[in-house]
Design a protein. Structure first.
Length: 155
């Protein structure tokens, strides 16, 4: 159960962080389209909470566990953690620091979708998503391994 609690906590942290990050970016860059993330993150977070609650009531339920893992892995882990945090911010800032604003950088991060690193708060909140990604990945891996061990014991 501790892994379930940790996974739900990390998922919550990641989705709240991305909501703050995108709302801030929408305001400072005058890009209201960034707010779309709220219409995805909030329902996904609610779904994760409902599945967490049900898993606590029915800890051996395979359909609940599979649903929970799909809800956490598809959007929070892969879309927000890996793509948004690791690629859109961590990699972008590293490549920018190494190459500057050259054609290679602009090819990987074309404007106007990507902003040049020019706001510390925006970039820090973006990079923090990458740092939540790794412990969330580990936590999901533990849940999957635990479910696989449980399945083998039942056979």
């Amino acid at each position: 159960m501790k892994t379930l609690q940790r996974t739900t906590f990390l998922t919550t942290a990641l989705l709240l962080l991305t909501a703050i990050h995108h709302a801030y970016g929408a305001v400072i860059y005058h890009t209201p389209w960034r707010l779309h993330i709220l219409f995805i993150a909030i329902p996904v977070l609610l779904l994760v909470y409902v599945l967490d609650w049900q898993l606590r009531k029915h800890p051996g339920s395979k359909p609940l566990l599979v649903g929970y893992l799909i809800a956490v892995i598809l959007f929070p882990l892969l879309v927000i953690g890996l793509y948004e945090g690791v690629y859109n911010h961590l990699a972008k800032n590293i490549i920018f620091l190494v190459t500057g604003n050259n054609s290679f950088f602009r090819m990987l991060f074309p404007p106007p979708v990507y902003e040049m690193p020019n706001d510390v708060w925006f970039e820090v909140t973006g990079i923090l998503q990458a740092f939540v990604f790794y412990p969330l990945l580990i936590s999901c891996s533990k849940m999957i391994k635990s479910a696989a061990r449980y399945r083998k014991q039942m056979m």
